[in-house]
Structures are given as C-alpha cells and as structure tokens.
Design a protein around this ligand. Structure first.
Ligand SMILES: NC(=O)c1ccc[n+]([C@@H]2O[C@H](COP(=O)([O-])OP(=O)(O)OC[C@H]3O[C@@H](n4cnc5c(N)ncnc54)[C@H](OP(=O)(O)O)[C@@H]3O)[C@@H](O)[C@H]2O)c1
Length: 249
C-alpha cells in the first residue's frame, strides 16, 4: 500500500532522534503528521521544515493527551518518545523509576487507549511501538528501562488480540544502539553533554542511524493491508546480544 492511504499520523518523540526523522519521512509521503514533544522551539523548526502540526506537551500529562488525541482521528500512532537512565536498580532514584515508567510505558498505554477506539470504529489503523533490544535480552543496562521495554513488547502483541477481526496492525521495532541524543540526556542534555556522550557511545562504533530505524518502520507501513509486520529487530552488525556473564569470587 502507499503510506498516504493512511491520512493522518501522530508521532511522539518528534523533537529529535528517531521521532523527528519519522516525521520527515511521513510528511514527505503526504501524510498529515501531528508531532508531540516538550521542546516547543524544536517542534516549531520541524513544523517549518516538514509541514507537521506541532503539539508541545509533556507525555506525563494524561489530561492533555485526553483533550488532544480522540478528536484527531489518527491512522498511524507512532510511539517513539522514550527516556533512558544510567546505572541499574541499585542506583535508581524515585525520579528515575517514575520517569521511565511514566514516559516509556504509562504514556504509551494512554495513547493507545485514546487512539485505538477511533481506529476500530474506522476499521483502519497502525500502531508502531519502539521497544529496544533491552526488551528481549539481559545485559548491563538500566533494569527499569528493560522492564518498561519488555512491557512494550507484550503490549504490542496484546493489542492484536484486543482488535482481532479489525484491520488494525501493530508493529514493534526493537533497535540496538542508534546514534541520537538519548545517552547525552543522561549526562545533562546540554550541547557539551551530548558531545561527551557522542564520544563515549558513538565515536569509533558503527551504530544504527535514524534513517535505518525509520526505513524499518516505513517497510512495515508499506506492506499490503493483509500483512502485519509484528516485530522487527535491528542491530548494528558489530553489536551482538547475549554473552553469558559469570562472576569470579
Ligand atoms: N538511541 C538508541 O540507542 C535506542 C535504542 C533502542 C531503543 N531506543 C528507543 O527509541 C526511542 C527514541 O529514542 P531516541 O534515541 O530517538 O531518543 P532521543 O533522541 O533522546 O529523543 C527522545 C524523544 O522523546 C521525547 N520525550 C522525552 N521525554 C518526553 C516527555 N516527558 N514528554 C514528551 N516527549 C518526551 C523528547 O522530546 P522533548 O525532550 O522535546 O520532550 C525526544 O523527542 C525511545 O523510545 C528509545 O527508548 C533508542
């Protein structure tokens, strides 16, 4: 199918990274895109560049989502926004856990709750959820991040059961390392912090790009309507999952 057969999309995490790239790709295909993030200035620049409709809001604000989403009649819901944290459960603050659960999981559940009834009524819709390889493998990352992303994996599968018999498709995209600002945000999010994270996490590595990840999303959207692409795992060729760790005492 052509992507513009889906008339309207809502993309979260639209101010930068994978979300911003997806907005560019969808608008280029003639889709009306509603773009959500907190950074109003970046959204405004994105709107000027792409024609997307900006909605500067915090995804933790459920009341704002309730006001906005049902009236939009969106065909594609792309849940791209997400946060990560350093360390693991032993180093977590209350804020760390709240942010991870609120943005990576609760906001996604609310967006699905608010957008799905309209899709069911119109018998057409596509939900794209970004999880992570952290949803599927154990490694030394933030445990609450792993937990929220594993929940996104299960949610993606479960929505298909909730909508059986309707032309609703759900695609989970599970990337390994992608070159974005996500790690720099954990160091403070300033331009210096983002540069430092770039040096630490990306320099000398061949990471995925936002183009790679959005290529996968566009592939799932373009498949004929009778095909649901359920799960796409993408990793840099030089990144592998697993590795059994055995601590020596
Ligand atoms: N980069 C990777 O290596 C990688 C790997 C696997 C999975 N992922 C997943 O891919 C998704 C996109 O990540 P990315 O790498 O593109 O991250 P990014 O560059 O850090 O972008 C994150 C986006 O989420 C938005 N966001 C964060 N908190 C928000 C909030 N409270 N309300 C509204 N918007 C919020 C940010 O916008 P504002 O700050 O303007 O609000 C930004 O647009 C995430 O779900 C992430 O977990 C990333």
């Amino acid at each position: 199918m052509t992507i513009s057969e889906y008339g309207k999309a809502l993309v979260t995490g639209a101010s930068t990274g994978i979300g911003a790239k997806l907005v560019e790709r969808l608008t280029a295909e003639g889709v009306e895109v509603h773009a959500i993030a907190r950074d109003a200035e970046r959204l405004e620049q994105l709107a000027e560049r792409t024609g997307a409709i900006p909605h500067a809001l915090d995804l933790g604000d459920t009341a704002q989502l309730e006001e906005l989403i049902p009236s939009l009649e969106i065909d594609i819901l792309a849940n791209i926004a997400g946060v990560s944290r350093m360390g693991n459960i032993l180093d977590s603050s209350r804020d760390d856990l709240d942010a991870l659960v609120d943005i990576n999981l609760t906001a996604v559940l609310h967006l699905v709750r608010l957008a799905l009834p309209g899709m069911v009524e119109r018998n057409s819709g596509h939900i794209v959820n970004i999880s992570s390889i952290a949803a599927h493998y154990n490694f030394f990352g933030h445990t609450a991040y792993h937990a929220t992303k594993a929940a996104i994996h299960q949610l993606s599968r479960q929505i298909r059961n909730d909508t059986l018999g309707k032309r609703i498709r759900v695609t989970e995209v599970s990337p390994g390392r992608v070159e974005t600002e996500i790690f720099g945000r954990n160091l403070g999010g300033t331009p210096e912090a983002i540069a430092a994270a770039h040096k630490e996490y990306f320099e000398g590595y061949e990471s995925l790009t936002t183009q790679d990840v959005t290529d996968a999303i566009m592939f799932a959207l373009r498949m004929p309507r009778h095909v649901n692409v359920g799960l796409l795992e993408l990793m840099p060729t030089f990144q592998v999952p697993g590795g059994l760790t055995f601590d020596r005492q």
